[in-house]
Design a protein around this ligand. Sequence first.
Ligand code: SF4
Length: 200
Amino acid sequence: MNVKISNGNAKMGAIPSVSLPAGVTCRSDCECSKKCYAKRLERMRPSVRQAYKHNYDLLNSDPNTYWREVEASIMMSRFFRFHVSGDIPDAAYFEHMGDIARTNTHCEILCFTKKYDIVNSHINIIGKLPKNLHIIFSGWHDIEMVNPYNLPEAHVRYRDGSTTAREDAKLCGGNCTECAITDGGCWTAKHGEQVVFNEH
Ligand code: SF4
């Protein structure tokens, strides 16, 4: 039962990532599920769906193996991304992410999330996030982004041209590896900064 680590896709370039199924791990109060790119991909590619389900099952049945193998991949990587699909399932999971980042400072770890409460309570109780754990709050027009610690934000420019992003938001170039090697995009987004994606 090995965890399935993706070695990158067109958008991500060659950055390894671990993903979970979209939907079950995501917020249920957000309309984004109706337009979800990850869900669409899962429908088109059964092997992708299986890999995400496999990871979720492993996380639930044998969390030690899940975390040991995720950490092994992070240990060997300069960059890593959590959840090209899916979201942080719960607070304990996020604690693991923080612990792994603290012991693997050579690796820059990126994660988009709409689970603002989990991250906010973690910062409230434990304190600042490790510098190499880049948490980006990801918005959707029908949910309120509660961001008291001013973490970097990702917003969408919808097909009709509307957006919740500020005017100074940086436009996502679509290739996270390119951003990683040029020290740009989300990898170096600072408190208060925003990136904006065009709706897929
Ligand atoms: S701005 Fe760069 S790092 Fe952020 S999602 Fe877009 S391509 Fe990836």
